[in-house]
Ligand binder design. Structure first.
Ligand SMILES: Cc1ncc(COP(=O)(O)O)c(C=O)c1O
Length: 379
């Protein structure tokens, strides 16, 4: 280990807290003093700030990123027996939310290079399922590792087929596609404030973004048990899915430093791109799609050896995700045996995410880069 090299953290949460502790403590004290722990004034303040940051009319917070997807599906009236399309290589929430509601998922492969939903596979899966008479109502897209998906193609497909587009931006919060924040494209965009997300709180949290007043109003009701005008007349079967005031207060503080953190992530990604010698392992950015680099995920058939090698050098790394959805015990029966998910399977065997966050210093980034060059230099 290089002398004076501080411990390398995977998410940077410790250094982030160290730097912002006094502002966060003040914000927490205000909530404690107000005793408004549920739906306190910080909720509305945060929602206004999030909507303005994302340049979208409505932001409605909720209890977590999985509920944000569930609430979105409920808001567009999807019913048991409807079908939605879901990428095969993603976090489990993408499939868990529809299945919880009795909605059937149809899995689609991802792109080999950028991990986004594969448009050609999507088109062929839609054709096959239409012939079978399945009522596909929506696509749940995921901007994996921070990279916006191919929204132009997704929107074209949704328009042609009259599908809703729900986009999960839990990993891409803050990113830009075609010069506009990604929330401008889907009917509903969701995010998670899980602590290690690009914008995370200190517990669970989530948010839904939309241009539609009708959808925003319905989600505001659904997250409060389906509340009507009268608190005890519930007009929908809803959920208890409120964001805690304490988490909102923390997020208001973290949103202030978020643009600088994104800038730092970008600089680190640029450094890795330029200085990691083995170019074929690097992630690819598509034209018009600028990643926020929530993860910097490389791909190598030597993944397990590399992970061990990095571990010995005290460099943390993580495998997102070792098993595609079509191979998971709870969901494998949703997989169509006639379809193959080659890119998704390939990714699950090769991906490795290395540290990237706003609090890595230049020495640490260089140390990580040198370790990778050292490992692949010996091949
Ligand atoms: C892409 C994606 N969607 C949804 C979620 C779920 O968010 P939460 O843990 O807040 O429910 C995650 C969390 O890791 C995620 O990465």
């Amino acid at each position: 280990m290089v002398k004076n090299l501080k411990t390398i953290s995977f998410s940077g949460l410790d250094s982030q807290l160290e730097k912002n502790r006094s502002d966060i403590n003040k914000a927490l004290k205000n909530v404690l003093d107000s005793c408004q722990f549920i739906m306190g004034k910080e909720i509305e303040t945060l929602e206004q700030k999030l909507a303005s940051f994302f340049k979208i009319k409505y932001a409605v917070t909720c209890a977590n990123g999985t509920d944000a997807i569930t609430l979105s599906l409920m808001a567009i009236d999807l019913k048991p027996g409807d079908f939605v399309i879901v990428p095969d290589f993603t976090f489990v929430s993408s499939i868990e939310a529809p299945v919880q509601l009795g909605i059937k998922p149809i899995l689609v492969d991802i792109n080999k290079d950028d991990f986004s939903i594969n448009i050609e596979h999507l088109k062929s899966v839609i054709n096959v399922n239409k012939k079978m008479g399945y009522k596909i109502k929506a696509i749940i897209n995921v901007d994996l590792f921070g990279m916006p998906s191919d929204y132009s193609s997704l929107l074209k497909i949704c328009k042609e087929n009259n599908y809703y587009l729900i986009s999960d931006a839990a990993q891409s919060f803050g990113t830009i596609y075609n010069n506009a924040p990604i929330s401008n494209y889907a009917d509903i965009t969701t995010t998670s404030f899980f602590p290690s997300k690009p914008l995370g709180c200190y517990g669970d949290g989530g948010c839904v973004f939309t241009k539609s007043k009708k959808i925003a109003d319905k989600i505001k009701s659904l997250r409060l048990h389906g509340k009507g005008f009268n608190k005890y007349d519930n007009k929908y079967v809803g959920l208890n899915s409120r964001l805690d005031t304490i988490q909102a207060a923390i997020l208001i503080e973290k949103l202030k430093v978020f643009p600088d953190e994104l800038k730092k992530r970008k600089e680190i990604a640029n450094f890795y791109m330029k200085n990691i010698d083995k170019k074929e392992i690097l992630p690819k950015e598509r034209e018009n799609s600028k990643s926020v680099w929530s993860q910097f995920t490389i791909k190598t058939s030597l993944r397990d050896d590399l992970k061990l090698f990095l571990q010995k050098k005290k460099i943390p790394s993580a495998v997102y995700y070792p098993r595609p959805l079509h191979k998971q015990s709870a969901y494998k029966h949703f997989s169509n045996k006639n379809l193959t998910f080659c890119n998704s399977e390939n990714a699950s065997k090769r991906v490795l995410s290395i540290p990237i966050h706003g609090y890595l210093n230049q020495k640490q980034v260089k140390y990580i880069t040198d370790a990778l060059n050292n490992f692949f230099g010996k091949e």
